[in-house]
Write a protein that binds this ligand. Structure first.
Ligand SMILES: [Mg+2]
Ligand SMILES: [Zn+2]
Length: 190
């Protein structure tokens, strides 16, 4: 079984609860999903490199500016650091779908950027997400991709099992209740 050294995490719905309006627009709206900080701390202690890859089209939509996004990520980094957790990179796509960029998931750009910055090979990397676009981006980037049932995960699982996600078959995706369970599976491999 592959021993993973680098875990790339989607943000909304994996690390934090999705905000009521769809976008976290203020650091005060940041709420960690139960058990996530403990799971991240265990992964950090095990020496796994952690990074984040998140679509934030709210920036180019003009809902928040990039400065505000940075303050939200500062809040996230601060909470994490208090538990000994450090993210080696927080990669975000600010673009809207119609801009046709290569970074917005389901495109592989963000994940490729995270892989490149880490210096850890693709086959020692796993991406964990909750959306269809996460599964597609992970597949396009050619890395192992796991699904969690938090956030949009249950809907994604249903779509996956109905064969509704183009190019991805259910038997190729490992599914976990939440990041805590995914973490336990990761650590069992190391
Ligand atoms: Mg998500
Ligand atoms: Zn982009």
């Amino acid at each position: 079984m592959t021993r993973f050294c680098h875990v790339i995490l989607d943000r909304d719905g994996v690390l934090n609860y999705e905000a009521p309006g769809g976008y976290v627009t203020d650091p005060d709206q940041w709420v960690w999903i139960e058990g996530v900080l403990d799971a991240l701390a265990k992964m950090a202690q095990a020496g796994l490199r952690l990074s984040v890859a998140t679509n934030q089209s709210c920036v180019k939509r003009g809902i928040i500016d990039q400065q505000t996004l940075e303050t939200i990520h500062d809040r996230m980094r601060r909470d994490a650091a208090a538990k000994g957790i450090f993210f080696s990179g927080i990669h975000f796509c600010p673009h809207t779908p119609d801009q046709g960029c290569r970074c917005r998931k389901p495109e592989p750009g963000l994940i490729e950027e995270a892989v490149q910055q880490s210096g850890i090979s693709k086959n020692q990397t796993v991406f964990i997400g909750d959306s269809q676009s996460d599964l597609q981006a992970g597949r396009a980037a050619g890395i192992a991709t796991w699904l969690v049932r938090t956030g949009k995960g249950k809907n994604t699982e249903a779509a996956l099992k109905e064969g509704m996600i183009q190019g991805i078959s259910a038997e190729n995706v490992q599914i976990f209740e939440d990041l805590g369970q995914a973490c336990a599976a990761l650590l069992a491999r190391t």
